[in-house]
Design a binder for this molecule. Structure first.
Ligand code: FAD
Length: 278
């Protein structure tokens, strides 16, 4: 069986204090030896410099790093410039996304969907980059329907994506169903589940509504019952996520991508509980 692909996601810190904290987080998580760390890219390019700086810092420590790149609201020229900068710095791995227009911005720019970005990256840079794209086992919230969303996912693969990372989910069956439907459409790239450790329920509920990730009713009720007892939320969340990840890996998920929110604690505890090797 192929080796599992483990990766971990950060957002680029806004302050010097945040950057120091992220270095410490990274020091702890690097001991787990994930294949790469990815760094998000703010809507409309708002973190362009900070994403690059963070990726270069990670790369400078001898670790695998992949910047995210979102295209909505951008021109071809600005994306070309970013790709050239990445290439000049020896970056070879990228997470290619459409992104969402910042509120108040109406002009979608020269790219409408992520498949156009993937095609553009391939046209401009050939096979230089390994390209990851996003996948949505519970359907992207703006998709017309489930089937269309699947076909739109396939467009990204046909445009040249090498692998996908999913939106987080709490229902393993949604992932298995999605994976089976992809296979039926001859989509055979690795589709790595995105894992969101549970810490702050209020924040998680708000974010899940926005991004279309379902918190099953029983799980929401259970988490709500702890009110603001964050230690119990984390303890229960860890038990739940350990079972979810275990079920995914046992049933042939190709790996796991951890949304760390720049914290090491929950990801490394989950890692230990799963008995993953370094
Ligand atoms: P697309 O694949 O383009 O899909 C968007 C919608 O359009 C879907 O509903 C799809 O069905 C539809 N669609 C796609 N192609 C077509 C087509 N050709 N014709 C008609 N309809 C189409 N956002 C950020 O801003 N920065 C980040 O760093 C970031 N990182 C992310 C990492 C992961 C792993 C994930 C899962 C999401 C991330 N996001 C990030 C969020 C992402 O940008 C949003 O979910 C965005 O709304 C969709 O991006 P996408 O690349 O999936 O878009």
């Amino acid at each position: 069986m192929a080796e599992h692909i483990f990766s971990m996601e950060f957002f680029p810190p806004k302050t010097a204090e945040g950057a120091t904290k992220l270095r410490e987080t990274r020091r702890q998580l690097a001991q787990l030896n994930p294949r790469f760390f990815s760094v998000t890219f703010g809507a409309g390019g708002s973190t362009r410099e900070r994403t690059l700086e963070t990726v270069l810092e990670i790369q400078g420590e001898g670790l695998g790093a992949a910047p995210h790149l979102s295209c909505i609201g951008s021109t071809e020229e600005s994306i070309r410039e970013i790709l050239q900068t990445y290439k000049a710095h020896g970056i070879r791995h990228i997470v290619a996304l459409r992104g969402d227009l910042p509120s108040g911005v109406a002009d979608p720019g020269e790219f409408r969907y992520a498949n156009e970005l993937v095609a553009f990256i391939r046209k401009e840079t050939g096979d230089w980059f390994e390209i990851e794209v996003a996948a949505y086992p519970e359907m992207h919230p703006q998709a017309r329907n489930y089937q269309q969303d699947l076909l739109n996912f396939k467009r990204k693969v046909e445009a040249g994506a090498n692998a996908a990372i999913t939106q987080y989910f709490f229902n393993a069956d949604a992932y298995f169903q999605f994976r089976d439907e992809c296979l039926a459409l001859a989509i055979d790239i690795p589709i790595v589940p995105g894992i969101m450790p549970i810490s702050n329920y209020g924040q998680l509920a708000r974010f899940s509504t926005m991004c279309g990730a379902e918190i099953p009713r029983w799980l929401a009720k259970k988490l709500e019952s702890y009110y603001d007892d964050s230690a119990s939320i984390k303890a229960f969340g860890l038990d739940f996520m350990t079972q979810l990840c275990d079920r995914l890996l046992t049933n042939d998920a190709p790996g796991l991508h951890f949304y760390t929110l720049n914290q090491a604690g929950l990801t490394s505890t989950l890692w230990q509980r799963l008995g993953l090797s370094r």
